[in-house]
Ligand binder design. Structure first.
Ligand SMILES: [Zn+2]
Length: 242
């Protein structure tokens, strides 16, 4: 086989293997903690219930908490494979954030959506550094906007087409180190000076050895009925799991 052809063949093989591996990666017996709370407008308990029922279908060992004090439970933190957090705003103590960042740095995954991960603990820059972005505004509130898939090859967005939805279009301050999987462009209709600005919607990144997955969609629980949103979210959760 000529060198070039062999090389191409290897790339295709590796790509399809990675895709299959991630989509079929099993959550069975994985220890997953779901932590919810914060601003009630995002219905954190409803989100937690939806995710927990899916995780249980996947036969994961699920732990649920409505308080960040769980992050100081060293025994539990040690055995976890993934933390899914849904806490908008609220606050976190120094001891709790230290334990959480240490846990993720050591290899536990972190995943979440919308304000539950992208707008938690506004005062805490260590948290923002770990997640890779912070919500700042949703101009026009609930509007119709387009999500553009940036990576057709990544297992999280593979076979997903661009789509439109009506919800909050998150304008975020983001870390340039992100691996961006989907974006959205602002029309400038509500704030003319941001016309044409492209902001990440879905990303993945590392924090130490831990995998971090984020999706800015999810203002209402109905957003997850959109097949593209649910697919990317659940694939991202699987990817982030240790
Ligand atoms: Zn919202």
């Amino acid at each position: 086989m000529p060198k070039f052809k062999y090389f191409t063949f290897l790339i295709i093989l590796t790509a399809s293997f990675t895709h299959a591996q991630i989509l079929h990666k099993d959550l069975k017996d994985k220890n997953i903690l779901v932590v919810y709370g914060g601003w009630e407008g995002h219905k954190p308990k409803l989100f937690a219930e939806k995710i927990v029922s899916w995780l249980r279908e996947k036969k994961a060992n699920v732990y649920v908490s409505d308080t960040t004090s769980i992050y100081t439970n060293a025994k539990l933190m040690k055995k976890l494979d993934l933390i899914i957090q849904h806490i908008t705003m609220s606050e976190i103590s120094e001891n709790q954030i230290d334990n959480l960042t240490k846990t993720i740095k050591n290899g536990v995954g972190l995943a979440g959506c919308h304000g539950g991960l992208g707008d938690s603990f506004r005062n805490d820059v260590d948290f923002q550094y770990m997640v890779g972005g912070q919500f700042v505004k949703h101009p026009g509130d609930n509007i119709n906007y387009k999500v553009n898939i940036s990576s057709e090859k990544d297992p999280i967005t593979k076979d997903i087409d661009d789509f439109n939805l009506t919800s909050e279009q998150y304008y975020m301050h983001v870390d340039p180190a992100l691996e961006v999987l989907a974006t959205t462009k602002f029309t400038g209709k509500h704030d003319p000076w941001i016309k044409g600005v492209v902001i990440p919607v879905v990303w993945k990144k590392y924090y130490g050895k831990g995998r971090v997955f984020y999706n800015s969609i999810g203002h209402s629980i109905e957003n997850f009925d959109i097949p593209e949103v649910w697919e990317m979210t659940t694939r991202g959760i699987i990817w982030a799991c240790k």
